[in-house]
Structure formats: structure tokens, C-alpha cells
Write a protein that binds this ligand. Structure first.
Ligand SMILES: Cc1ncc(COP(=O)(O)O)c(C=O)c1O
Length: 418
């Protein structure tokens, strides 16, 4: 394990940030009420237009805007519930999480709201802006190693000393799934109020699979077992698709995990994700990194909401009229706009430029979307992306984190269609 852990300079003391007098007064209330907010479900005329064709008019798309959560992503739904429970039921006073961005931000936010200390361990490759956003929540940010696994080792060591119940896994825990399932409760409430029709399909991005599990659990609870989920990954982060290929729970080689969508870049979905995917109508779909990045840029113009490429992957299925979506012939579609903190307009544009520069040198088939992939390693050094952007270009996770990537300066590996 790398031993380069260090406390980030200038980090505000968690106790100062977390325990203002009003938060002390309200602490009991905070423990009772959820830490996430109900998010808007808006119909996107721009997305409707993309999918409505001459022979198939009247396709409607709603965007469930979880990018508007206070922590910047859907993660707070599950993380908030989990943190509230361990604080309330187990008396945890210190929450510890290893993360590459969104889970860490959500744990830090939850800790501030609950008035407890938080420690977030990041690999050194996580951009300064992300660290600063987490510190701004009052978290103690530590840096250890260059990949999530190394950060996670330190997080678990700290949790052993400080209390194991304070360790928060980014996606593999029933509390997280239960929290994420509230997305469906909100959609169902709008349905029963006559605001939206029952969806035929829901688009969601898959990393470790926690979000998808929550959505499936929510659908079952409201009796919508027949609603299809399009489970979206990038070609370089196809851990769920690999399970479908093998028809069993499998783990990718580290060399196969190459996507710049670092919050999707997991070697394996958690076992429960595969169990859920087998027993519900789930269609795996993959897009390229470039398609995910470009979807973010289009969406910010279309709906004024900035998301990171992990979320853009789901939107790309619509922008690209992905064959799996077209085949489904769905009329009413909900896209989970799961959000993400680890991006900016500049980094999206930098990535778009870098990925576009690579694309023309590869076969045209690269930009098409199929479920079969082979790997082409380009001679380009990844620094072209990683120095100009907060998003790493190569990921080689050795584990199954939420929003983690190991960032190396090896050549950029791009997944191409076969
Ligand atoms: C923005 C965003 N989208 C999607 C995902 C994938 O979620 P899960 O790991 O629960 O599948 C993550 C995970 O961190 C994320 O941060």
C-alpha cells in the first residue's frame, strides 16, 4: 500500500463546520428527516424531439433531475439514509468513506447535517477541485495512494480504530439501495397525481450497481415490475454487461476498465446488482466515452443542467438513438439524471477535444453503439486529457467502488465496437 497519506492543507475543522448552534438545536430533527430532497421530474421537449421520428411520433422523455440534490448527485439518497441510521441507531460519531468524488461528497454533506465528524479518503489522482468541494462540507480529507483500493485500505484502517460502523461503502449496502429507491417513490407519487404517465422504460447509469438496485426495489414496491430498465455503461466500464455475456456474476480484468467515466469504472458490479438484473426486465447498453461527454454538453444547452459523463452516458442513449432504446419502442421514458460533481464545462470541452482527436484515427465503427467490444490501445499519452481535465483518461480499478478510478499515465485505451 502506498503510504503517502496526508491531511489536505487548509481543511476546516469538521467540528467548527458541523456544529453551529442552530445545527445543535436541530440535530434531533435532522436525524428524523431525510437528507435528500425531492427532485423535479421535467419533460424534456428537446429529448422528445430526438426520439420522435416520422413513424414514431409522440415519444416523451422525462428527466428526473437528481443532479439537483444538495450533494450534487443521487448518492445522497442512499448515503444519507445509511449515515442517518448508523448515527442514530449505532451512535456513530465519525463517518469514514473512501471515494473518488460523489459518495465522499454525500458522506461529507450527511456528516455536516448530522453534526458528526467525517473523514473522506481519496486517491491522489482526484482533482483538487473535488477535494476542495468535499472539504467545504467540513470533512477531513486524506489522500492515500493513487487508486481507490489504496484509499480504501486507509479508510478501513481508520474505521477499525474509530468504529467499524462508521465505515460507509459507496454502493454495496441495503441502506443505500433503500435510499436510492425513493427516486421511484417520487415518480410514482407524480403518476398517482396524474402528472406523468407510467413509464415504459427507465434509463440509469450503472457503476457498482447500487442505483439500479434501488430503482428495481422501488419499482417492485409500487407494483411496476414490468417497467424496463436500460442499464447504461460505457464500453470501458461494462461490468454489468459482462455479467449478461457470461450469464453469471463476473469481474473484469483491470485492463478492461478504461473509461474516463470514473464513477462507472468498476471491475465488478456488486452481487445483488446481478441478482436484480437477472430477475427484472433489464437491458444492458453501452456508449462510448465521447458520446457520454457530448451528451453532457448537449444536455447543459438543452436543459441547463450540468452533469458528469457517468450521467451523460444515460443521456447519450437518447442523443445517439441507441439501438437498444429504439428496439424497445417505448413511448414514455424516464432518464435518471443522476448528476455528479467531478466535472465542469471546461473539462467536458477538453475531454471532447481530446477524445474527438483520437476518434478519427480509429475505424468508423468506434462511434457506433453495440454490446460487443474489443479493445484498441492508441499510442496517445493520456496526459492530453488528464492535465487539462478533472477526468482521468485511464482507469484500472481493482475493486468495486462507486466513483473511483485508478489513474495512470499509461496510454489511453479505447473500447471499440467489434
Ligand atoms: C454520477 C454517478 N452516476 C452513476 C453512478 C453509478 O452508481 P452505482 O455505483 O450505484 O451504480 C455513480 C456512482 O458513483 C455516480 O457518481
Amino acid at each position: 500500500m502506498s503510504s503517502s497519506s496526508s491531511t489536505a492543507a487548509g481543511s476546516p475543522s469538521p467540528s467548527v463546520v458541523a456544529l453551529t448552534s442552530s445545527s445543535l438545536v436541530n440535530q434531533q430533527q435532522q436525524l428524523q428527516s431525510p437528507l435528500h430532497v425531492n427532485t423535479p421530474l421535467i419533460e424534456s421537449l428537446a429529448l422528445n424531439k430526438i426520439l420522435s421520428t416520422e413513424g414514431n411520433n409522440g415519444v416523451r422523455v422525462w428527466a428526473k433531475l437528481d443532479a439537483l440534490q444538495p450533494s450534487g448527485s443521487f448518492k445522497i439518497r442512499g448515503v444519507g439514509l445509511h449515515c442517518s441510521r448508523v448515527v442514530k441507531e449505532k451512535g456513530v460519531k465519525h463517518l469514514i468513506c473512501s471515494s473518488g468524488g460523489n459518495a465522499g461528497k454525500s458522506v461529507a454533506y450527511a456528516g455536516r447535517r448530522l453534526g458528526v465528524k467525517t473523514t473522506i479518503v481519496l486517491p491522489s489522482t482526484i482533482p483538487l477541485e473535488t477535494r476542495e468541494k468535499i472539504q467545504a462540507e467540513g470533512a477531513n480529507v486524506l489522500v492515500n495512494g493513487t487508486i481507490w483500493d489504496e484509499a480504501d485500505i486507509l479508510a478501513r484502517e481508520i474505521a477499525e480504530r474509530e468504529g467499524a460502523d462508521g465505515y460507509i461503502h459507496p454502493f454495496d449496502h441495503p441502506n443505500l439501495w433503500e435510499g436510492h429507491s425513493t427516486i421511484i417513490d417520487e415518480i410514482y407519487a407524480e403518476y398517482t397525481a396524474g402528472m406523468v404517465p407510467k413509464p415504459d422504460a427507465i434509463l440509469c447509469s450503472v457503476g457498482g450497481g447500487g442505483l439500479m438496485i434501488g430503482i428495481i426495489q422501488g419499482l417492485r414496491r409500487v407494483g411496476w415490475d414490468d417497467v424496463t430498465i436500460i442499464a447504461v455503461e460505457t464500453h470501458g466500464a461494462r461490468s454489468l454487461a459482462a455479467c449478461f455475456d457470461a450469464q453469471k456474476h463476473v469481474r473484469l480484468d483491470a485492463s478492461q476498465v478504461t473509461s474516463i467515466c470514473k464513477t462507472l469504472a468498476t471491475r465488478a458490479v456488486c452481487k445483488e446488482a446481478w441478482e436484480c438484473a437477472k430477475s427484472h426486465p433489464v437491458i444492458p447498453a453501452q456508449v462510448s466515452d465521447l458520446e457520454a461527454v457530448e451528451a453532457c454538453l448537449k444536455f447543459v444547452d438543452d436543459e441547463r443542467v450540468l452533469v458528469e459523463p457517468a450521467c451523460g452516458a444515460s443521456l447519450a442513449v437518447i442523443y445517439q438513438k441507441h439501438e437498444e432504446l429504439v428496439k424497445l419502442n417505448a413511448k414514455n421514458i424516464i432518464a435518471i439524471v443522476c448528476g455528479g460533481n467531478t466535472t465542469s464545462i471546461k473539462s467536458l470541452m477538453d475531454n471532447q477535444r481530446a477524445l474527438s482527436a483520437l476518434t478519427p484515427t480509429l475505424p468508423a465503427a468506434l462511434t457506433t453503439t453495440t454490446t460487443t467490444t474489443t479493445t484498441t490501445t492508441t499510442p496517445f499519452a493520456v496526459d492530453i486529457i488528464s492535465t487539462t481535465s478533472s477526468i482521468p483518461s485511464t482507469t484500472t480499478n481493482n475493486n468495486t467502488p462507486d466513483d473511483i478510478s485508478s489513474l495512470t499515465s499509461t496510454p489511453l485505451t479505447i473500447q471499440t465496437s467489434a
